[in-house]
Design a protein around this ligand. Structure first.
Ligand code: NDP
Length: 354
């Protein structure tokens, strides 16, 4: 397929509600390249720069997403999710050529597309900081999730000498959450993740006090060593067995930030999934809070949070690592890889240069 032909990624098959997604669930084909000559009033022609792949996208591969804010993809549909791009032409006075834009969960997996300007969100150039993909990580949904999750549900106070444990700690949300926890005043920050390389990254680059490889180490034993004063805040990105073990080490009146449960995203269970009776009992006996956190419920705090995150970045208090897969035709592969832990930091797909 020639480079200059527009391509679209579409859903070829579903993994099934209890199946792991594979590359074969996605396919790519050439499609019409929209022309700026045919733009209608209020429309913009946009070139995709980066696509975001995120765990919650897994829900869109089922016939029923189970989430009120997500619609299921149909077989043959062009995949849509989150992305960032640049305006190539516009017939809307609010957008001009060269503007950076994002959108809600309706960014199509195509190289170029036409969209109503009202469905696009213009980003201030300075917020992109010469690195557009930041709008999908630290200055996007995962940055907001890490920051607001801690602010709203973490009850972190510098005077309290708290220990925070984070699961999926080397991923996009987890790696940011660990750095934010430190900046907010946690005394100890401990990460749980799935490889030696990830553990080393957390302790040598991001300032985590300890990191536990859940694939090769005994999580309970290592938690006891790494958290001698118990766990005060648990930023839970994974659920399942790992979280049951962390909760057993939590202190009285401590807090779970119930951010995500990726360990069960390939299973047909409601969200949040049921937890075993002993875990439930520990939560109740120790008065541990564990309320669902959904970042979209805090949209009124996004602008302020983004200012804080941008300032942290500028001051060098936040390091943002990305795992980049090149080419729109590899977007499905990037998603499958991220679900299996192939990423360190934010998994993105690079589609084009500015
Ligand atoms: P990540 O960048 O963290 O990527 C996902 C990671 O999850 C993988 O790299 C992998 O790392 C880990 N993982 C996959 N399967 C398992 C498993 N069975 N057990 C343990 N770990 C596993 O993704 P995000 O930062 O985008 O998302 C992290 C979490 O935050 C997800 O649960 C997501 O749904 C949630 N989220 C919640 C939001 C909210 O509003 N509440 C908003 C955005 C995200 P490893 O190698 O360590 O296994």
């Amino acid at each position: 397929m020639p480079q200059d032909v527009n391509k679209r990624v579409f859903l070829k098959s579903r993994p099934g509600v209890n199946g792991e997604p594979t590359d074969d669930n996605f396919d790519v084909e050439g499609c019409e390249t929209p022309s700026s000559d045919k733009l209608q009033d209020g429309e913009a022609l946009v070139k995709t720069l980066y696509l975001s792949v995120d765990p919650a996208f897994r829900c869109c591969l089922n016939e029923d997403t189970g989430a009120e804010y997500l619609t299921p993809l149909q077989i043959g549909d062009t995949v849509h999710w989150l992305g960032i791009g640049v305006v190539m032409a516009s017939k809307d006075e609010g957008l001009k050529q060269g503007d950076y834009v994002t959108s809600n969960f309706d960014w199509p997996w195509t190289n170029v597309f036409v969209k109503a300007a009202s469905q696009l969100k213009k980003l201030p150039k300075e917020s992109v900081q010469d690195r557009p993909s930041l709008a999908l990580s630290a200055l996007g949904v995962t940055g907001l999730t890490a920051y607001l999750g801690i602010k709203v549900k973490g009850h972190v106070s510098p005077a309290a000498n708290q220990t925070m444990v984070i699961s999926a700690a080397a991923g996009s949300t987890g790696s940011l959450a660990g750095q934010i926890a430190r900046a907010e005043g946690c005394k100890r920050v401990v990460g749980i993740c799935g490889s030696k390389e990830k553990c080393e990254y957390l302790t040598s680059q991001l300032g985590f006090d300890a990191a536990i490889n859940y694939k090769t180490e005994d999580v309970s034993d290592r938690l006891k060593e790494a958290c001698p004063d118990g766990v005060d805040v648990y930023f839970d990105n994974v659920g399942g067995d790992i979280s049951d073990k962390v909760i057993q080490q939590m202190n009285r009146d401590s807090h779970v930030i119930l951010c995500g449960q990726i360990a069960v995203y390939n299973k047909d269970v409601p969200y949040p999934p049921p937890i075993p009776a002993p875990t439930q009992q520990t939560l109740a006996e120790r008065n541990i809070t564990r309320d669902r956190f959904l970042v979209l419920n805090y949209a009124d705090q996004f602008d302020e949070a983004l200012l804080t995150l941008a300032s942290m970045l500028q001051q060098g208090k936040l390091q943002v690592r990305e795992t980049v897969m090149e080419g729109i035709e590899n977007a499905g592969k990037a998603f499958v890889s991220m679900m299996k832990g192939g990423n360190i930091g934010k998994q993105v797909v690079k589609v084009a240069d500015v």
